[in-house]
Design a protein around this ligand. Sequence first.
Ligand SMILES: Cc1ncc(COP(=O)(O)O)c(C=O)c1O
Length: 453
Amino acid sequence: MTQADTKPDTAPPAQLSWAARSRANDEIPEVEPISEAQLPLPYPINPEMVRADFPILSREIDGAPIIYLDSANTSQKPYAVIDKIAQHYRTHNANVARAMHVLGAEATEAFEGARAKVAAFIGASRSEEVVFTKNASEALNLCAHSLGARLGPGDEIVVSVMEHHSNIVPWQMLCERTGAVLRWFDITEEGRLDIAAAKREGLINEKTKIVSVTWVSNVLGTVNPVRKIAEWAHAHGAIVVLDGSQGVPQMLTRVKDLGVDLMAFTGHKMAGPTGIGVLWGRYDLLADMPPFLGGGEMIEIVRMTGSTYAPPPHRFEAGTPPIAQAAGLGAAVDYLARIGMGSLARHEREITAYALEGLKTLPGLTILGPTEPIDRGGAISFKLDDIHPHDVSQLMDSRLIAVRGGHHCARPLHERMGIQSSTRASFYLYTTRADIDALIDGLEHTISFFRGR
Ligand SMILES: Cc1ncc(COP(=O)(O)O)c(C=O)c1O
């Protein structure tokens, strides 16, 4: 699908008044700031057309289509990505950096070219700020391990209760190693970070060395006020790590606007392949961080007496990297950029609003997290009175509706909410209203099946 296939459904914004220009020459003209409401809405996505780009979405089982509502877990992949990976292996396969031949040069170009594409996609200042990892979990472990060299007993690391285990466990391991203390942002009843309570108790203070929070909750869908948190942390000299795993796939990302120091995300949730993740970091900070894993390609000189290390990003990329996966991720960001991240975010907001309205009509269903589509991403978790999430997902699966039941790798959050698990439906650029209608029908059927017994 190209943007030419769709039309804007709103008139362009009114011209701003430039009457101030007619003032005396020595006066600085005052221009009213543009509010978000004045900006044109991005082009809408036509998900039916987008679906044609994703071969798996046309798969049927016994003549019935699969309704895929598990994109926060992993997204489906377009032809552009699948073909790029196959083409890489068919025509350019070789190892990077070390092979002095034409295929080696092509593979290196594919790998480093993908780095440049990812850097542009997130608004990084330079390609060298992008480190390729195996996934977001490895990127967060890299942060914890490498920043850990700065920590000692009594230092504090702040995370939030809504974190994915990948943004909890590495910090717990670091605390065990260093004697640092892990402290937690709590959430409000609505499922937002309780910034007011954190301020009252001085959660971030002069002992805080690292603050690591998620941009978007994979359970509640909450979009967190990252910039505000980063400013607070920086005022106390702390380093801010962002888990962008759910944010980067669905929002236009400009790392400088987020104001964080490091950001982890994962390729497979943004139409890219599995096996590749990204750590973005401010270059000066990366250059000041010790390596995580040792091995080939991350070194400058190896002697029997010791080694020196390459500058970033290669310092953090020991061994043969995920080359074909990087080429695939490059194709994914090209694809998403062609669709337009503004359009994708708009679609996510509209389909989430539609789903929230439908879910609110179901008896005994409680939405976990914000119930309005404001500062909220496209993952909706809920509980159904008396019906276990595993039963819900099993019954939904019998209708080929893929939702996720469990704690979604966020056990502390579920514990905080007083439940063991929940059911989650999550959406992406290819999710249609028909998918949501099927979800609501399936849940109605589930409710009457279990309650009607
Ligand atoms: C918020 C968040 N952080 C981190 C991760 C971990 O991603 P990966 O398994 O690709 O490392 C996930 C995956 O579900 C996630 O949703």
